[in-house]
Write a protein that binds this ligand. Structure first.
Ligand SMILES: [Zn+2]
Length: 313
């Protein structure tokens, strides 16, 4: 089916108490492996493209790849720019045919964040595209951050409400304890999402789609495979899956996953390379990694986000 925006997906997800996975894909093959999981589980899905992935795949290729995929797959999927760091990049992606963009001006002060976000919203909405923006510091849980009140570096509910109302965005990425990458936490540090803050934000913004970034779980099975065949990621820690499920039932409509796909892909490739040293057919090794991605994404749709079966709601 043709590409869709996330608007309807989020409405249904919030009503149904599940979340839509936004999976960061780095290549065309990974995009297809992700869509295969969505098709298999009959789940709606968001294909997330970072600016790095956009460069790697090629701006001229991405929309055409998605148009081909839209003919092959029957599940609804959105093409989303992840962390658009400038207004210009967001506008360019809207022109290419992305159905959703994220403007990430969270490094700027509140007023400048609003100004840039509003500019993207005006451009996007005029073209039928939806916009996500970010408020708060998702980047890291750092020990040297001085926390002077309950909210610290997390998203403040007052600001979230004001930000959404003044910008007209369609979804908001909030900081409640997730972090990007495979090393989200220091050894001994326990991952904990601030469900109390999430509750306050949802009370201010009832029915509004909220987004979790940095929500890879780094599943033990994928990590063990990678480390068993020559990888060296001993201290990777993610967000426990049960916390993500809870978040999906409490107002989080979109959950971003990037790291887990990479760990699955590289682990699958490493295993196949190790077990079949006499082979040199590149497709054999690529497929081993891609199958691991399909399995991982399908598992999240069925067991963690509970979006499986909702493709044709
Ligand atoms: Zn992110």
């Amino acid at each position: 089916m043709p590409l869709v925006t996330t608007k309807e997906m989020f409405e249904k997800a919030l009503k149904g108490g599940y979340a839509i996975g936004a999976f960061n894909v780095d290549t065309m093959d990974i995009l297809k492996a992700t869509l295969r999981a969505a098709e298999k589980t009959q789940s709606p899905v968001i294909i997330a493209i970072s600016s790095g992935a956009l460069k790697f795949i090629g701006e001229d290729y991405i929309r055409q790849i998605c148009d081909c995929a839209a003919k092959e797959f029957t599940i609804p999927f959105a093409l989303h720019l992840d962390h658009g760091k400038s207004v210009d990049l967001c506008k360019r992606c809207i022109d290419i045919g992305f159905t959703s963009v994220m403007i990430d001006a969270s490094a700027y002060d509140f007023e400048e964040n609003i100004r840039q976000t509003k500019e993207v919203v005006e451009y996007a909405h005029a073209r039928g595209v939806v916009v996500e923006s970010e408020l708060g510091a998702i980047a890291g849980i750092e020990e040297d951050v001085v926390v002077d009140d309950k909210y610290g570096q997390f998203t403040h509910p007052d600001q979230a409400e004001e930000f959404v109302k003044r910008t007209g965005i369609d979804s908001l990425a909030i900081a409640i304890g997730t972090a990007h990458g495979a090393y989200k936490f220091k050894p001994g540090q326990k991952p904990q999402l601030r469900f109390d803050i999430l509750k306050e934000i949802t009370e201010r913004l009832p029915g509004f789609p909220l987004v979790l970034h940095g929500a890879s779980s780094v599943p033990a099975s994928a990590l063990e495979r990678l480390n068993a065949y020559g990888g060296k990621m001993p201290a990777a820690i993610g967000i426990p899956e049960a916390m993500l499920t809870e978040a999906s039932q409490k107002g989080i409509a979109k959950i971003n996953v990037g790291t887990d796909l990479r760990v699955a892909f590289v682990g699958g490739m490493r295993k196949a390379l190790h077990e079949q040293p006499e082979q040199f057919d590149s497709r054999l090794f690529l497929n081993a990694g891609l199958d691991c991605i399909t399995d991982l994404v399908a598992d999240k749709m069925v067991n963690v986000f509970h979006s499986a079966g909702h493709a044709k709601d």
